[in-house]
Design a binder for this molecule. Structure first.
Ligand code: HEM
Length: 155
């Protein structure tokens, strides 16, 4: 029995450490790749173009609703639809960047109360249902919009 030379043992140890580091590296890389490929909520909802369509319908339904119509009487509807579409896309991790004014500023002085807020959310829910959006995706989107209530509701 010849005891192994310390130098050969430490070489083996080094190569094991390097091997483990390489393995760990590829596991990390693979997980990053997986994370990147996971569809965003925006994708799962139907994509940016679909959300633009949803925003369009949301504004149309809201202004046709006798209870909320007065809020939308003097508004640039084309811009409002566009901005809401971009925001729905951005809030669901889509490729859009919402660079409009913050929710508090755009809704300031609009006299929006809690009932107005829930009514709009209800319109949105009905539109998403009509397009066959899944319950899970729909609730995820609504959950991301819910915290905006404190900035939108001023009455
Ligand atoms: C989560 C709910 C809501 C979201 C995500 C949202 C989103 C937006 C966005 C992005 C804008 C900016 C448009 C622009 O820059 O021209 C805006 C403006 C506006 N929103 Fe909302 N909104 C919400 C709730 C409401 C509610 C409940 C009402 C009223 C019933 C409302 C009425 C308006 C009006 C009238 C404007 C136009 C303000 C103006 O042009 O002076 N919004 N909203």
């Amino acid at each position: 029995m010849h005891p192994k030379k310390p130098s050969s043992r430490s070489a083996k140890m080094r190569s094991r450490i390097v091997g483990s580091a390489l393995l760990l590296g590829s596991v990390v890389q693979a997980s990053i790749a997986l994370a990147d490929e996971r569809p965003t909520l925006c994708d799962r909802l139907g994509g940016a173009a679909f959300l633009a369509q949803v925003a369009d319908e949301l504004v149309e339904v809201s202004r046709a609703d006798p209870v909320s119509a007065h809020h939308f009487a003097k508004v640039n509807l084309k811009r409002l639809k566009q901005q809401i579409g971009i925001q729905l896309c951005a809030v669901s991790d889509g490729p859009c960047v919402y660079d409009g004014d913050d929710m508090k500023s755009v809704h300031a002085g609009q006299n929006i109360n809690e009932a107005d807020f829930y009514r709009l959310v209800e319109h949105l829910r009905v539109i998403l249902d009509a397009h066959g959006v899944g319950t899970r995706e729909k609730n995820e989107l609504l959950a991301r919009l819910a915290p905006m209530k404190r900035d939108v509701v001023t009455k």
